[in-house]
Unconditional design. Structure first.
Length: 129
């Protein structure tokens, strides 16, 4: 199954709804006997197609990764869509859906954060079951 999420053009989905979508997907997974791999992608802070292109909010990106590593990803769902877009993190909605699938309290392993000239890239994973 592929799921495409609008992380660029307002209005982006509300982070709370993204987390709830993840929880609903988790119910489906839990009802299956199959092994499941959940993979989400999305850049961290960047501002494609705007005058801010080239700006990167490393502090916010690292804050997000810190929340994931502490098992507190649900906190991201409390942000408004406007806050996320102001930070250049529209694609964070994909991470929030994944966090909903994983569930709160599960700590992610943060592998690396790389700042390129125009984007922050974070790499993390959760291992469940």
């Amino acid at each position: 199954m592929l799921l495409f999420t609008n992380g660029y053009v307002p209005p982006i989905p509300h982070p709370r709804r993204c987390y709830e979508l993840g929880r609903a997907i988790r119910k489906i997974i839990d009802g299956s006997e199959r092994k499941v791999l959940v993979q989400a992608t999305g850049g961290m802070s960047h501002f494609p197609g705007t005058p801010l292109y080239g700006e990167v909010d490393e502090a916010f990106d690292n804050h997000v990764l810190d929340l994931l590593s502490k098992g507190e990803a649900k906190a991201l769902a409390t942000m408004s869509p406007e806050e996320i877009l102001r930070k250049g993190n529209g694609e964070l909605v994909n991470w929030i859906i994944t966090a909903g699938i994983i569930g709160d309290g599960v700590k992610a392993t943060v592998v690396e954060y790389v700042r390129l000239w125009h984007i922050g890239l974070g790499y993390a994973y959760w291992k469940v079951r």
